[in-house]
Ligand binder design. Structure first.
Ligand code: ATP
Length: 248
């Protein structure tokens, strides 16, 4: 059976400060149950794309000036981020953004703030998160600001899971982490995808690791999608090999 389309970005253009054209017509699709990678170098427009989807551009003086963004067929680009969370879409921003003065567990619980299904269900999900991230369970009473970079990234993903999302927009999960930790984070993303059926759109500069875990990918260059396909096809593509995987 063909998978449902969750997210559809159609030919969007984004302009910062009324003059700086950064996305020049980006289109992409996220299918139910998949891991979709948004790849490209520094400044290609990955973060801007994710922020456009979550309607987080206003504070950066950016706006979507063309195109449309649909979630399950419904226009979402004017929704505020909280309303989008209610629809099942949550963004984990680059640089993690845990509440430093709260404990790890308190951080996780803030992810459940929009839920109305009671303490029992929330406690069960806390256990679900600890199952995927045993390290967070060990650190649950620690102040988040004193945990490592990897633990903070885990905490940010765990907090997103506490909202029971259908889709997680994950910005640069590998940033600043040692290779072994990057691998660990991607293993957990894969386990969550398979175990909970959560779909991911992840922005990543690390093409190599992203294409090993994603099902499909898009490559952005200067605000345009220059290549797209299954992860396997992209891994085998000579240009991708030469320019993004460092093989030639
Ligand atoms: P990175 O991995 O560095 O985050 P990226 O692919 O996510 O790269 P973006 O952060 O989306 O890229 O940036 C795309 C372009 O938009 C860059 O040229 C950047 O300088 C520019 N840009 C980003 N934010 C703003 C802003 N608030 N005002 C003006 N230009 C911006």
């Amino acid at each position: 059976p063909t998978k449902d389309t969750l997210l559809e970005v159609n030919n969007i253009e984004v302009i910062y400060n009324h003059v700086i054209l950064v996305l020049k017509g980006v289109s992409l699709t996220v299918k139910e149950g998949g891991i979709t990678a948004l790849l490209g170098g520094n400044g290609a427009g990955k973060t801007t794309t994710l922020k456009a989807i979550s309607n987080l551009l206003h504070s950066e003086r950016g706006e979507v000036t063309k195109g449309s963004i649909l979630y399950r067929g419904e226009k979402v680009q004017e929704l505020d981020p909280a309303a989008l969370v209610k629809k099942g879409v949550i963004q984990v921003m680059e640089g993690r953004h845990c509440f430093e003065h709260l404990t790890v567990e308190e951080n996780l619980l803030t992810g459940a703030y929009t839920r109305r299904d009671g303490k029992g269900a929330i406690d069960a999900d806390l256990e679900m998160v600890y199952n995927y991230f045993p390290r967070l369970k060990e650190r649950r009473k620690s102040q988040a600001g004193y945990t490592s970079g990897g633990e903070q990234q885990m905490c940010a993903i765990g907090r997103a899971l506490m909202s029971r999302p259908e889709t997680i927009l994950l910005d640069e999960p590998s940033m600043g982490l040692a290779p072994q930790l990057v691998e660990q984070i991607f293993e957990i993303v894969k386990a969550v995808n398979e175990g909970e059926g959560v779909s991911f759109l992840l922005a990543e500069q690390n093409t190599n690791v992203a294409l090993r875990y994603a099902h499909t990918g898009y490559i952005l260059e200067s605000g345009r999608v220059v290549m797209e396909g299954t992860a396997e096809a992209l891994r085998e593509n000579p240009d991708v090999k030469e320019f993004y995987l460092g093989m030639s």
